[in-house]
Write a protein that binds this ligand. Structure first.
Ligand code: ADP
Ligand code: MG
Length: 343
């Protein structure tokens, strides 16, 4: 399993647990592995956290078995293995996710693209890479095998038009799994509050026993141990962060992040992290990846044009650190005011 930084802290959980007032309900965090990262459920009691985390582990596993490119029998791996050879039968669940991914690809003009697999390979994110920066002709050759319009979905199943093409749902899959876990727990919890987290894709339910909303810490992308802001999450809302510090490769001494700009064939440069609060974990996950590619100006225009009401925090890859919350984000974010350079 790959080791990654967690970029969110459940600040309120930490605060309450160290508060130590016996009359105050404490929060319990129960972790589980899933989709190559760590998941967790936060709840009010050991029993709830324990049984809900077990349920989420199972749901996440089921989705991983459909969407992972590393499990050879998954729908995705079978589609990839048949690239250029026709359509393969897939589960209705995978079809549903692919349809959503294609919609986001279309609406974002290809900034989000579920067929980025060849570029992830070329830049060394999937297997042992080149250990050097790819040449322009290699990038051009991979780009020819990327393009969501070459992804075919028919009544028989799904296929990729060209050999060497490959799907990768890493930009949306964890969000999808979190939503399914959240829906299941929502039914079981009967109004009791909880938080589901899969590798930093978080969705909240209810409010804290104090009556306050759940609050989530945002990491400094240049110093991931430091929290630079907190965001409050209303009942049902989700948050996700795409950050350059989460996964990267070093080629010829340069650091390259794991999010590709399919339009150039290069890893995105210029962005350190993008945090999105949306109505579902799928939207937060998909949009954080999309807006990381687009950057602030193009991203805000895209949100306006498509009528999406997402709260976004952009942190450019330049020092000193600056935070750029959009108008919706300004209403729910609290920036660490002890550090005036952040404002
Ligand atoms: P994380 O996997 O850390 O949660 P993101 O949600 O930001 O991060 O998604 C990044 C992942 O999305 C990459 O690891 C890769 O699998 C996939 N990806 C990379 N570039 C793109 C892109 N332009 N469009 C869609 N998916 C992408
Ligand atoms: Mg994402």
């Amino acid at each position: 399993m790959k080791r990654r930084f967690f970029f969110v802290w459940i600040l309120s959980a930490v605060g309450l647990m160290t508060g130590c007032l016996p009359s105050r309900p404490r929060l319990v965090v129960r972790e589980y592995p899933g989709m190559g990262t760590l998941g967790s459920v936060t709840a009010l009691s050991d029993e709830e956290a324990f049984s809900w985390a077990a349920r989420c582990a199972q749901i996440t596993r089921e989705w991983e078995e459909r969407l992972s490119v590393f499990l050879p029998n998954s729908d995705l791996a079978r589609i990839n293995a048949a690239a250029g050879k026709g359509v393969v039968a897939i589960s209705p669940e995978t079809r549903w996710v692919l349809e959503h991914a294609i919609r986001l690809a279309r609406e974002s003009g290809g900034a989000f693209d579920p067929t980025v697999g060849p570029l992830m390979d070329l830049w060394g994110f999937r297997r042992q890479g080149l250990a050097r920066k790819p040449m322009l002709d290699e990038i051009a050759a991979s780009r020819e095998r990327v393009g969501y319009h070459k992804l075919v979905i028919s009544t028989e199943g799904c296929g990729l038009e060209r050999e060497g093409m490959a799907l990768d749902l890493g930009g949306i899959g964890k969000g999808v799994a979190v939503d399914r876990c959240w829906e299941e727990l929502r039914r079981e919890a009967k109004g009791r509050p909880f938080l589901v987290n899969l590798g930093g894709n978080i969705r909240a339910s209810g409010r804290l026993p104090t009556g306050r909303e759940w609050s989530i810490g945002i990491r400094d992308p240049f110093d991931p141990g430091r929290i630079v802001a907190t965001i409050s999450l209303e009942d049902g809302k989700a948050v996700a962060t795409s950050g350059h510090y989460e996964r990267f490769v070093v080629l010829d001494g340069e650091r390259w992040a794991h999010i590709m700009d399919p339009r150039t064939g290069m890893p995105v440069r210029g962005m350190a992290s993008v945090t999105v609060v949306a109505d579902s974990a799928e939207d937060a996950d998909g949009l954080s990846t999309t807006l990381f590619v687009m950057g602030r100006e193009e991203g805000e225009a895209f949100l306006r044009q498509t009528g999406r009401n997402a709260a976004v925090l952009y942190i450019p890859d330049q020092k000193p650190l600056h935070l750029f919350p959009n108008a919706s984000m300004k209403k729910i974010i609290k920036i660490d005011s002890r550090d005036p350079s952040l404002l």
